[in-house]
Design a protein around this ligand. Structure first.
Ligand code: SF4
Length: 269
């Protein structure tokens, strides 16, 4: 979770162990640096995907967001992984800075032989939110106008595209994955979360201690999952209220979907 996993010299041993334990799918997220010659130390039989991150279809936009040189590093990393026979995916975090490049990225993905493309929505929380002058979160209007069409266009390049639902129309039901799904986000410090939005806070509902998994005392994320509010996701209302918009009578204009609710467009051949 987070950081650059290939920095850890024991990563090949960890993924081989995970495979031998029976994990059915293993993906390594990377910024493209692929430290410790990781491509030579794991095999495509063990790794389902190397998943790269790019936040622009052009060097200019990506490097403005992710740092100078990151575009070229990522592209080279993808090429090296593909050459070694690995399947690759790419994550693109949509913000006001790069949403207009989304529909230009399809041919780049195709040329790089990317298998899967994941669109994410930017999450702005805590100090990073306070320090930003520019609004990075995309409005409901722009998201709905651009993202579903761009996803269709990219799928026509033979790439499966996944993007988060984000905004619910009034007729769409809201469901919290903390109540209806089994996801566990395990951190090196032993915390285990059911909700990714809680990860910046000590709200984990479980913890690994002395090699045992146990429930944490109240108040924890489980207590939020059961709150029923017209805005939908409680954690969004608490930590990302900029995502919400209200009518003059105080009712929300739309609900916010669980961040784990995704739309998938299968590759169109
Ligand atoms: S993102 Fe919101 S809806 Fe999804 S698990 Fe967390 S609290 Fe529940």
């Amino acid at each position: 979770m987070g950081g650059e996993p290939t920095l850890h010299p024991d990563l090949p041993g960890a993924v081989n162990k995970a495979k031998s334990l029976g994990y059915s799918s293993i993906t390594i997220d990377t910024n493209g640096y692929l430290f410790h010659d990781i491509l030579s130390k794991v095999s495509p039989d063990v790794i389902d995907y190397f998943s790269f991150s790019l936040d622009g279809a052009t060097r200019k936009t990506n490097d403005m967001i992710r740092g100078k040189g990151s575009f070229d590093t990522c592209i080279q990393g993808i090429k090296n992984a593909v050459l070694k026979g690995f399947s690759t995916s790419l994550i693109y975090t949509v913000s006001t800075k790069n949403i207009n490049e989304l529909d230009k990225i399809g041919s780049l993905l195709k040329n790089l032989k990317i298998d899967r493309f994941f669109i994410q929505v930017i999450g702005i929380r805590g100090k990073s939110a306070e320090s930003r002058k520019d609004k990075l979160q995309v409005s409901q209007k722009d998201w709905l106008k651009i993202v579903p069409d761009a996803a269709q266009k990219i799928a026509r390049h033979g790439i499966t595209v996944t993007y988060p639902k984000v905004f619910l129309s009034p007729s769409e039901p809201f469901e919290c994955a903390g109540l209806v799904a089994d996801n566990y986000f395990i951190f090196p410090n032993g915390r285990v979360y059911r909700c990714p939005l809680c990860e910046d806070y000590p709200l984990h509902s479980m913890v690994f201690k002395d090699n045992l998994l146990s429930n944490t005392p109240k108040i924890n994320e489980n207590d939020f999952f059961t709150l029923n509010i017209p805005e939908g996701c409680v954690m969004n209302k608490l930590i990302q209220p900029e995502n919400l918009s209200y009518n003059p009578n105080g009712t929300p204009k739309y609900g916010i979907a669980c961040c784990m609710l995704k739309e998938e467009i299968r590759k169109i051949q």
